[in-house]
Write a protein that binds this ligand. Sequence first.
Ligand SMILES: [Zn+2]
Length: 186
Amino acid sequence: MEEAKVVEAKDGTISVATAFSGYQEAIQDKDHEFVTKAVEEAYKGVDNGDGGPFGAVVVRNNEVVVSCHNMVLKHTDPTAHAEVTAIREACKKLNQIELSDCEIYTSCEPCPMCFGAIHLSRIKRLVYGAKAEAAIAIGFDDFIADALRGTGFYQKASMEIKMADGNGAIAAEQVFEKTKAKFQMY
Ligand SMILES: [Zn+2]
């Protein structure tokens, strides 16, 4: 059904673009759009007082399935990271326990727990904004310090992992600087 409206539908961009040399640019645009959305979620979570400055967006067929942020404070749950929350919500919404047809976009490089959850959900592709060091730099050190090792391990998994570049990455790194006053307690 998507094929019929591929020209006008935004989610048809990639399908059309594969036939042309602009394919990589189209992927970049798409990645930028969804990483930016994850970054917006990170700010939203802080503004609401729900948790730390982290956002995650699950996408299927270039459409947002769910857009979530860290809910650790709101749920009094140390496992309610943005990625875990997004995976739970996406599975519920799609009524399936595998997200192999989905991609996840995160504002920051996921911690080992979230890498594990992404791996278990069989998400096929991960794009993250800020490097873990950006979070560590403002004091999110305890739980995320192993994230780099985590990345190295899961790069061997069957998912594509990409760090966003350009403005998306810059905006993602800025999340921590702009919200750090509220998270000195961590
Ligand atoms: Zn996490």
